[in-house]
Ligand binder design. Structure first.
Ligand SMILES: C[S@@+](CC[C@H](N)C(=O)[O-])C[C@H]1O[C@@H](n2cnc3c(N)ncnc32)[C@H](O)[C@@H]1O
Length: 202
């Protein structure tokens, strides 16, 4: 049976033995309790890149927010708490992640969000968003991340924003260059713990 080290967190159906773990964190002043598990990205703690993204994201005026590749939901749940007037959609192809994200909505009494399973933009069809947030699946390869960047541009109106975080050593600047092909402006809005956060405005 594979464990977390051999099993790709991006798999849609993890086979590693389930071993749930809950942790507490406070992100931008929002106290959260988060269920995590093996076979799902960043078990037992908030990924430092996701924490940087949450610190850097500007949700002002956003009514429709997408957390793309939500894992157990830390980014989307923080967004839902920080923007209570917004509707947040969280998506991920990993069925264990989706189950945890739904459980975490309940645990944190989040009522303005929902979780959908699927790859890329399949779970949202042609819905449009004001803000898209992603800590993308780097291990799935550049082609997948590039397609998510292009898809984000197609699901944002003019003025809509994509926030993307990546490790500096895992090609963050390459992703920023790719964003420049699809967005009017791309700015680095955060940096820390070896990660960079970029905002693309369409
Ligand atoms: C780096 S993890 C981030 C997880 C979560 N957002 C967090 O901050 O903890 C990337 C996530 O993307 C998901 N993923 C993999 N392939 C994907 C795809 N084609 N479309 C959308 N999400 C994908 C993975 O299952 C994983 O949960």
């Amino acid at each position: 049976m594979p464990d977390d080290r051999s099993e790709h967190y991006s798999t849609s159906r993890p086979t590693s033995l389930s071993q749930p773990a809950i942790y507490d964190d406070t992100l931008r002043g929002v106290p959260l309790k988060l269920w995590t598990d093996r076979g799902v990205f960043s078990r037992g703690h908030t990924d430092p890149g996701s924490a940087e993204l949450i610190t850097a994201m500007d949700l002002t005026g956003a009514r429709r927010i997408l957390d793309l590749g939500c894992g157990y939901g830390v980014i989307g749940i923080a967004a839902a708490k920080l923007a209570p007037a917004a509707r947040v959609i969280l998506t991920d192809p990993n069925e264990r992640a989706v189950k945890l994200a739904r459980q975490n909505l309940e645990t944190n009494a989040v009522r303005n969000a929902e979780v959908r399973q699927g790859e890329g933009f399949a779970p949202v069809g042609d819905e449009q968003f004001d803000v898209i947030l992603t800590n993308p699946p780097i291990r799935a390869g550049n082609a997948v991340v590039f397609s998510l960047i292009a898809g984000a541009a197609a699901h944002l109106p003019p003025g809509g924003r994509l926030y993307l975080v990546a490790r500096t050593k895992q090609g963050a600047r390459t992703f920023a260059k790719e964003m420049e092909k699809h967005f009017s402006t791309v700015t680095q809005v955060g940096q820390g713990s070896g990660y960079r956060v970029y905002a693309g405005v369409k």
